[in-house]
Design a protein around this ligand. Structure first.
Ligand code: C5P
Length: 234
């Protein structure tokens, strides 16, 4: 039986949000942002461990109490210069902590997607656990897409047919993901699936929910806060 592990790359600085604190530690519904992803992933019965990949220079993590997750949560201080580097370093670092087999599943989830629900996570696992390749949560593009010139004027309109917005978790088998990331140009990858695609595989797109957006801009924080608060009240 293949096991399931979650890996949260959390070594980014979050420069687009414009705060001093790295994005994953910004306060959200009374907790640091990363808490919410950890809570959902640790709460999933399928997932045996949740690994958080921090920057070697991180001095925020230890300021919080994570003991409620002690059964599943492990931390690696091996984040890299890009997200893809952080994920690959984390995948290599797992071997020092746990026994992991080539066919075990890895669910990579951004620390900056705090609104993932247990239902979306369960649906992803159910849709992919018998899949040959793996895949990711994604949603069909809803807006009209413009390509700009260098002076921010619309040059043309792109067709949105068959276009999806990739979310996380992205779920692949350990060996495939390590091979894909090892061989890819990790300076320009923005997700894990694109590394797998470069090997010629076609990851499955599992319909997600717009609530699982990535907190990127300052206004995203207020929306995430509302979504999380509403969930607590219901
Ligand atoms: O910057 P962005 O929001 O695209 O980052 C997505 C995820 O990748 C975040 O959880 C961030 O902390 C992580 N990341 C990382 N190492 C980097 C850059 C980003 O772990 N060097």
């Amino acid at each position: 039986m293949s096991k399931f592990f979650a890996l949260i790359p959390a070594a980014g600085s979050g420069s687009r949000i414009g705060e001093g604190l790295p994005k994953q530690y910004l306060a959200l519904a009374g907790k640091p942002m990363i808490y919410h992803a950890i809570h959902t992933l640790c709460g999933a019965p399928h997932i045996s461990h949740v690994l958080v990949v921090l920057s070697p220079e991180d001095n925020n993590w230890s300021q919080y109490n994570w003991s409620e997750f002690s059964e599943k949560l492990l931390v690696l201080n091996c984040g890299g210069a890009t997200r893809a580097e952080s994920v690959l370093n984390g995948l290599q670092g797992i071997k020092q902590l746990l026994t992991i087999n080539d066919n075990d599943w890895i669910l990579v989830h951004d620390a900056a997607r705090p609104c993932l629900t247990p239902e979306q996570l369960e649906n992803l696992i159910n849709e992919l656990s018998n899949d040959a390749i793996g895949g990711l949560l994604a949603i069909p593009v809803a807006d009209t897409l413009k390509r700009s010139d260098t002076s921010k004027r619309a040059k043309n309109t792109e067709s949105r047919e068959n276009l999806w917005q990739a979310q996380t978790p992205q779920m692949f088998r350990y060996r495939l993901l390590v091979s894909a990331l090892s061989g890819a140009d990790r300076t320009c990858l923005t997700d894990d699936a694109s590394a797998v695609e470069t090997l010629g595989f076609r990851p499955k797109l599992v319909l997600g929910n717009t609530n699982n957006f990535k907190v990127t801009y300052p206004q995203d924080l207020a929306l995430a806060e509302l979504i999380l608060q509403k969930r607590e009240i219901l």
